[in-house]
Ligand binder design. Sequence first.
Ligand code: DAH
Length: 347
Amino acid sequence: MGRGDVMNAAPSMLRISSATSMTVDIDATRTEALESLHSADDASGLEDWRINWLGTKGRLKSMMGAMKDLDPSDRPAFGQGMNALKATLEESFAERKSAIDSVPQGPGIDVTEPGLPVGLGRQHIISRTVADILDVFGRMGFTPVTGPEVEDEWHNFTALNVPEAHPAREPVDNFYLAAGGMLRSQTSTVQIRVLEETPPPVRIVAAGRVYRPDTHDATHFSMFHQVEGLLVDRDVTMVDLKSSLLGFAHAYFGPEAEVRMRPSFFPFTEPSAEVDMKMKIKDSWQWVELGGCGMVDPNVLTAVGLDPEEWTGFAFGLGVERIAMRKYGIADIRWLYENDARFLRQF
Ligand code: DAH
């Protein structure tokens, strides 16, 4: 390659071949340098790059060394090109450095410092109680299901054999919604939802929130949880009901627990009973009223299109807060819903 190549080249494309047989391509060098600069993504990568390109023994320095091999008349153009390249690289380096420096690096790590405790959350005691109860009934063959909290009066009352004029429907006792419908006041709604969809035999358990405009005090809250059970099959008797409740009591409260049923009234069961369970509270066994139960009223079966001559069933509804409060010695229901972690993390 002759010197004519050098003469005709643009300043950034000087080729030096006579003595060194080295080719200096300033544009290609710039491209290569900038590409490698942008792949440096931390302080040490950046410093390596600086040493490699701009350092005293770096690539630019050694390219400058080729100057002496050039024809003197070519040197100014080459020098200009190299100066421009150096300025570009220094400027790009400064930009890249400030970009990397502005990424928060966090404090330096002192490996001798004691570790910070990991703030693990935990299940709310009501969620855990619900899960434990569903687990017991699940093992007894009851499938867990859910239903909506915003309901219509058909599912909350009518289909459950609660007549139009029944006091339980009073607006002062329910959250009716301006848009129509209501917040469900009981999980018995799920009995209807399931029976409308599923041909018997059915064996379900439904846990969830219910809403009543009660004045808040130690035992009342406008939202609380119930667990509803429903079994519909042929030839179901109260013995099945009581043995299911007893099976639950034994599994949940211990083998010495007992179940007592006291005659009562619910529109959707006939006969109906209040359910008490004898459980160990601190060191003594006590009867605690936990909810209601009974044999599914024929009118409920009819409402969902089942023949009460063919199908029979039992149902029960238990208050989750009641169970948890007695089991864990919680004196005030409001404490459960204040979101005070100091209280909640005890359980
Ligand atoms: N839904 C009733 C209530 O909220 C509880 C209940 C009673 C549920 C008897 C039942 C039942 O399934 O059979 O007071």
